[in-house]
Design a protein around this ligand. Structure first.
Ligand code: NAD
Length: 422
């Protein structure tokens, strides 16, 4: 079994790193070549994905190393524009390895479709009638997607809620659908639209909205890991991290940033596999607020041995088929690097990466502060923004770091100075 704890990976050139990833994941020459070609997505492919296309853009694909999830090594492709996130995930995963890495699990991939029913005489009677006709409604829904049913998925249940609103009561029907390896929004929307006339006929009411809910509470991924106190830097660091966590648990202003740190990892993997990032963000933050106040998606505590243990649970509406996942050539290669996971496995991987990024951010904040880690790449970005090119980028960035003054003004001044030298 190839291992993901490749020492000094970050010191290699992109070409050398790709060679290692190619071996690890069994990529062929064409796949490896495509990864390093900016513009892997053709204009024609892009034009079929969205409307009014005029071009394509590209993002860096980084690899987080050291991940051990349920005893298996993973190299994690992460697509993100923000410096430090890939390094942070790799560092946290390295620390997690000491106590066996990440353990993950997930629920069945059941998504919710909502059907809004209004203008019924008696909402309770309507609810009872719908429940009585459950099997007929589910059968109608399943007629829409024989492929999904054949794969063991399909509509599996109904929940009926009566919602009071300022315009009167509404009956909200939740169609529960096991979407297998799809993200599921299209599947669900089609099924909801198909059963709507039947629901009107059963209840005598009128259906308005028929749409997936992004609060996917039945489709959860969980990950947990123990971080040895020695690996983290000692008892004081464990203390600091727990203080950071309790801050987030007590304060929505901090909690938003705490959860953003988690989503740094989750979304980077989602982008690498071309999943719907908005669906994930909406689901995660709504889930964090389910209890009536906005809470951290992760939980941290000290073990009896004094180590730090963390766990995370979040909704993961992600697919490995359907949507754009199968269209984008890089997304396909990234799935191969991940070992062709099922949608459930992909959600679990995202949970593990989210937990890793959360730990890394809290550790950095509780020790040297976040800027130390950010500074090197940030300085390079600032140098480029100020107009540095080629070798000048590194020279300007290094000078700013040495001077402990990383700013656009300073980058401009150094550039001016360097350019005025003969
Ligand atoms: P889809 O309709 O492209 O693909 C799903 C279909 O693939 C299924 O209907 C099934 O017939 C088939 N299939 C083949 N093999 C399968 C397998 N192993 N598992 C499951 N299905 C299999 O895609 P989708 O996942 O239903 O929809 C995802 C897209 O919907 C995303 O692009 C998303 O952005 C978009 N979307 C999202 C929202 C939202 O989140 N609110 C709303 C509308 C659309």
């Amino acid at each position: 079994m190839p291992r993901s704890d490749i020492s000094g990976f970050y010191r290699l050139s992109p070409e050398e790193r790709l060679k290692l990833v190619k071996e690890f994941a069994g990529l062929d020459d064409a796949e490896a070549e495509l990864l390093q070609r900016s513009g892997a997505l053709s204009l024609q492919q892009a034009d079929r994905m969205i409307e009014n296309v005029i071009g394509v853009t590209s993002f860096p694909v980084g690899i987080a190393t050291n991940f051990l999830i349920n005893g298996k090594d993973y190299l994690i492709p992460m697509v993100i524009e923000e410096p430090s996130v890939v390094a942070a995930a790799s560092n946290a995963a390295k620390m997690a390895r000491v106590r066996g890495g990440f353990r993950t699990e997930s629920t069945l991939p059941v998504m919710i479709g909502q059907i809004q029913l209004v203008d019924v005489e008696d909402p309770m009677v309507a609810k009872e009638r719908i429940i009585k006709e459950t099997s007929r409604i589910l059968a109608k829904a399943n007629e829409q997607d024989p492929v999904l049913v054949k794969l063991g998925g399909g509509a599996v249940g109904l929940d009926v809620r009566i919602l009071s609103s300022s315009i009167g009561p509404m009956v909200i029907i939740h169609l529960l659908v096991d979407v297998r390896d799809a993200m599921g929004a299209n599947v669900i929307n089609t099924m909801c639209e198909a059963v709507a006339p039947m629901i009107e006929q059963i209840t005598g009411g009128r259906v308005f909205l028929r749409i997936v809910s992004n609060l996917a509470i039945h489709r959860l991924a969980r990950a947990r890991a123990v971080f040895a106190k020695e690996a983290l830097g000692g008892e004081e660091v464990v203390d600091g991290i727990l203080k950071a966590y309790e801050f987030a648990a007590a304060d929505p202003f901090r909690c938003a940033t705490h959860n953003k740190g988690i989503m740094n990892g989750v979304i980077a993997v989602a982008l690498a596999t071309l999943n719907d990032t908005r669906a994930l963000e909406a689901g995660a933050h709504a889930y964090a607020a389910m209890g009536g106040s906005y809470r951290p998606l992760s939980h941290w505590y000290r073990t009896p041995e004094g180590d730090l243990a963390g766990s995370i649970e979040l909704p993961v509406a992600v697919g490995v088929i359907g949507g754009a996942t199968a269209v984008h050539p890089i997304a396909k290669i990234c799935r191969k690097i991940l070992g062709m996971p099922s949608a459930r496995q992909l959600g679990e991987i995202m949970a593990a990466v989210g937990l890793a990024n959360n730990l890394a951010a809290m550790r950095a904040l509780a020790t040297e502060g976040i800027q130390a880690g950010h500074l090197k790449l940030h300085a390079k970005n600032i140098a480029v923004t100020a107009g540095a090119e080629g070798e000048l980028i590194d020279i300007v960035a290094r000078r700013m770091i040495e001077e402990k003054k990383v700013s656009y003004d300073r980058a401009l001044a150094i550039l001016r100075e360097l350019k005025s030298q003969p």
